[in-house]
Design a protein around this ligand. Structure first.
Ligand code: PGA
Length: 262
């Protein structure tokens, strides 16, 4: 049984003061929920990390970075290392978000190095995978996903792959009006698990979590969560306010109970 995940990336939102308010309100909104069967994370901007980690301490909510550099230290102006993230109280780090690929020229070869570094220091990488609208139109989605996935985990021993959270985030569905349809999500998640099965074996494929992100809302989240190969939700806009994320956390906790009972 894979533990379900409820996560949100704040992108460039919520500075220090807003992070404190967010944490206080989210904590009180989820206090009555049984979240013991799920993992919850928020990814604040770098400058809010230490504050948010502090404000969520003792709660079920863990904090992570939205990016990091692959090197330990050195002449990398504007960058942040894995150990710096750990020092602020991070447990997770998001890698390969589509906005990093699109606006900052990030490549999966860089992502591979970052995965390696994150794993070596004990941060949990959340690796985003997703095809563009053009790649989808060309019928190349699964080929692109396979390439992104295999490049990202290249060099990792198979038994460590389940420590990575894979986030299927179709690039055309991020910041969009609608999420991908449940049928489409089901096909891609099945394809990703098949790739894992082929390369790492059945047992590893069954233990690795693949979550969905891209225009998730409290309204469409339940249908997506009911897909067998979907192991959680990764939410942007709909979780930038604590009431929105509290509803997502509740949906994921409920889905964990349904999946356990099935
Ligand atoms: P969105 O963002 O939920 O606002 O589409 C998702 C993401 O960027 O991960």
């Amino acid at each position: 049984m894979r533990r379900l995940v409820a996560g949100t990336g704040w992108k460039m939102n919520n500075g220090i003061a807003d992070s404190i308010r967010y944490a206080e309100e989210l904590r009180s909104r989820i206090a009555g929920l049984d979240t013991s069967a799920i993992d919850i994370y928020v990814l604040p901007p770098f400058t809010s990390l230490a504050t948010a980690a502090n404000a969520f301490a003792g709660s079920p909510v863990a904090v992570g970075g939205q990016n990091m550099h692959w090197d330990d230290s050195g002449s990398w102006t504007g960058e942040i290392s894995a150990s710096m993230l750990l020092e602020t109280g991070c447990r997770y780090v998001e890698l390969a978000h589509s906005e990093r690929l699109q606006h900052f020229g990030e490549t999966y070869e860089a992502v591979r190095r970052k995965v390696d570094k994150a794993m070596s220091v004990g941060l949990i990488p959340i690796v985003c995978l997703g095809e563009t609208a053009q790649e989808k139109a060309d019928g190349r989605a699964d080929e692109v996903l396979a390439d992104q996935l295999l490049t990202s985990i290249d060099g990792q021993p198979d038994e460590r792959v389940p420590e990575i959270i894979l986030a299927y985030e179709p690039r055309w569905a991020i910041g969009a009006a609608e999420a991908a349809s449940p049928e489409y999500v089901e096909e891609r998640h099945r394809a990703l698990r098949t790739i894992l099965r082929k390369h790492c074996g059945e047992e590893i494929a069954e233990r690795t979590r693949i979550i969905y992100g891209g225009s998730v809302t409290p309204e469409n989240g339940r249908d997506i969560l009911d897909i067998k190969d979907v192991d959680g939700l990764f939410v942007g806009r709909a979780a930038w306010k604590p009431e929105g994320f509290a509803r997502i956390v509740e949906l994921v906790s409920d889905a964990a109970k349904r999946k356990q009972a099935a």
